[in-house]
Design a protein around this ligand. Structure first.
Ligand code: MG
Ligand code: ZN
Length: 217
């Protein structure tokens, strides 16, 4: 029985990978870069995206795809900034897949966009299993969640291009060891770029902004 379960999972992921490749080629055809942002609920994905939009909105044409189990709260925040946003509701589903992203891309004018932020469903368990066609995968871990999470949810961290430690403004109040954390990440994923920042206070954000510019150049 176990072997059969594994086969089904491989087939689902295989079909997803094909669709992801189609999404990526489509974006490339329109010279659009897409960045997939993953984290647990409440780690600060939307805040980070909002601050990054604020920094770059006069330089790049930005759009956002919001993945949530329900509601359009996050997409509404983005559209209030006059930035195009498409909300995907997964109706209980715990991750986005490449086909959902294809549908969202249908709703965007890709010839008028340089950069898409894809805010995944708040969940570190399975989101990273599904290639969505993004060019970069980013994982956010916030200080209150604890520095042990990369060991508990390794897949997201192993595959990330960048790992962001957010909410460093509250470091004094939590047992988050920021001295040993870089070793935890380099042990799992030596090529990941690590950023420590606070989307709220702005501390550390310049290095993240530089990485965004590198990604778009
Ligand atoms: Mg959000
Ligand atoms: Zn899932």
């Amino acid at each position: 029985m176990a072997a059969r379960t594994i086969t089904i999972k491989e087939n689902i992921l295989g079909a997803n990978a094909e669709q992801a490749e189609i999404n990526r080629k489509r974006l490339d055809g329109h010279h659009v870069r897409m960045i997939n942002i993953m984290s647990s609920p409440g780690s600060g994905k939307t805040s980070l995206i909002m601050q990054t939009i604020h920094r770059f909105r006069n330089k790049y044409r930005i759009a956002v795809i919001e993945g949530d189990v329900a509601s359009s709260i996050d997409a509404d925040k983005i559209t209030q900034q006059n930035i195009p946003a498409i909300q995907i509701n997964t109706s209980g589903g715990c991750h986005l897949d490449a086909r959902m992203v294809q549908t969202a891309l249908d709703g965007l004018d890709l010839d008028r966009i340089d950069l898409i932020f894809l805010e995944n469903v708040g969940n570190l368990v399975c989101t990273a299993d599904f290639d969505l066609g993004a060019h970069k995968d980013v994982v956010i871990l916030s200080v209150p969640e604890g520095d042990d999470k990369p060991h508990k949810y390794p897949v997201a961290f192993i595959e990330a291009d960048a790992v962001l430690v957010n909410k460093i403004d509250v470091l004094p109040y939590f047992d988050f060891n920021s001295d040993t954390f870089p070793e935890i990440i380099s042990g799992l994923n030596p090529s990941a770029r690590l950023f420590s920042l606070s989307a709220k206070t702005g501390e550390g954000m310049e290095r993240w902004f530089s990485w965004i510019e590198e990604t778009l150049s």
